[in-house]
Design a protein around this ligand. Structure first.
Ligand code: SAM
Length: 412
């Protein structure tokens, strides 16, 4: 049963590029046993996080496989090398799965390949140090080289290893409705987080299936992402702009910090995403926000007003969230080059929309310094009246959280 569910989630990713976290959350039913949910999650995430390494080993035994066969074989190799389950149990379960899904011929093929592949260790002979590191941690070589250049060898190794950890199930208590202590008392499956003062960690599977979530007492948000709204800390009663807001995690946090006073305008490029923000506003009892669909690179020309506080949590390469979204590391690196000028353009718009004496936060969930520190250095260079107040990079291994960059600035 577990193998079949994990197989279906992984196959949907390998075949159609579906979002892993969305298909997995749909597959984990509320009435499933907690240990079963954990095992399925581990097989799904572990297999995809380690896919480059597992494919490297697999290529020694088969040259061409169908996507359904590849999915089963990678699962088997993951369970053998990382979960250390007995080989006979892995083969038995996966051969049965292959027979049910694809018939007797596929089952005997899977049986033969797994038995051979389990007999050998993974062999990196003849590869460079960087190539071995890239394969061992299943990251593309360009990314390993980029991190090494920007962070040095030791930090890079820790980042790459943290990218292969199973992410925590983190949430943010909605202080408009309940305090963190009260929530934990109501449902003891929630524990205090250790990074954000609004953070909780959940040990019962999917937070979105709890009553607390449905009643708007808690929302799904990584703890490092929760530090962003607190860094901006808008005053009660102030005018706030959130330039890239969907699905609204930080907008709703800003609203909670403002205790539903003042006003927040939130924008996103896509109409369907504006609806996501609206449904989160409703669920989380937020009443001081107006949503808009527009391109925020054109906002300074469109709007006549200026704001006391601005959040720019824009598009980025997502290299801080590889544990949660391992599929990102297999994307083409050219995406990054396209994003950098868009981020610079969004920053320019933020500058013109900010009042003198106003504050803004620029944040990303990436660790690429060209999108973070370097982007802000260039921005500040162009605007002498902008002052950098605080800048933080959270690396994913430090708190078992997403990696995040955030910078608080003030306009003089
Ligand atoms: C990192 S996500 C924002 C997450 C959000 N702040 C939250 O905490 O839930 C970046 C968002 O920027 C939006 N976006 C990208 N380009 C944009 C643009 N030119 N104008 C407005 N929104 C944009 C994307 O649709 C995406 O929803």
């Amino acid at each position: 049963m577990e193998q079949k569910i994990a197989y279906e989630v992984l196959l949907a990713y390998f075949k159609d590029g579906s979002y892993l976290n969305i298909t997995l959350n749909k597959a984990l039913k509320a009435d499933m046993d907690r240990h079963m949910k954990n095992r399925i999650t581990r097989i799904v995430y572990g297999t995809l996080q380690n896919a480059l390494l597992l494919e490297f080993h697999l290529k020694k035994f088969v040259k061409k496989v169908k996507v359904s066969e590849k999915t089963i074989l990678l699962m088997g190799l993951y369970e053998h090398f990382f979960m250390k389950r007995p080989d006979y149990a892995i083969v038995d379960e996966l051969v049965t799965l292959a027979r049910q899904e694809k018939g007797a011929r596929t089952a005997s093929f899977i049986n033969a390949v797994l038995r051979h592949a389990f007999l050998e260790e993974i062999n990196f002979e003849g590869l460079s140090e960087d190539e071995v590191l890239a394969l061992r941690t299943s990251h593309p070589l360009w990314l390993v080289k980029m991190f090494k250049k920007q962070y040095g060898q030791d930090v890079t190794i820790q980042i790459l290893e943290a990218d292969n950890a199973i992410p925590l199930r983190s949430g943010r208590v909605n202080t408009l409705v309940i305090s963190r202590d009260e929530l934990i008392k109501e449902d003891p499956r929630f524990k205090r987080g250790f990074l954000s003062e609004d953070g909780v960690l959940f040990e019962g599977g999917n937070i979105a299936s709890t009553d607390a979530f449905k009643e708007g007492k808690v929302t799904v948000q990584d703890e490092s992402s929760q530090l962003v709204a607190r860094l901006l800390s808008p005053e009660k009663g102030s005018e706030v702009l959130d330039m890239c807001g969907a699905p609204g995690s930080k907008t709703t946090h800003l609203a909670a910090l403002m205790e539903n006073t003042g006003h927040i305008d939130v924008y996103d490029l896509y109409a369907h995403k504006e609806q996501l923000i609206q449904s989160n506003l409703k669920r989380l009892h937020v009443t001081n926000v107006t949503t808009h669909t527009a391109d925020s690179t054109k906002l300074a020309k469109m709007l006549q007003k200026q704001y006391d506080a601005i959040l720019l949590d824009g598009p980025c390469s997502g290299l801080g969230v590889l544990a949660r979204k391992p599929e990102i590391k297999y994307h083409d690196s050219s995406v990054m080059d396209e994003i950098i000028p868009i981020q610079a353009n969004l920053l320019e718009n933020a500058y013109y929309l900010l009042k003198n004496g106003g504050k803004m936060v620029y944040s990303t969930c990436t660790l690429n310094k060209k999108e973070n520190e370097k982007q802000i250095e260039r921005f500040i260079c162009h605007h002498e009246d902008m002052e950098r107040i605080e800048e933080h990079t959270i690396l994913p291994y430090q708190y078992h959280s997403d990696g995040f960059y955030m910078c608080l600035m003030r306009k003089k």
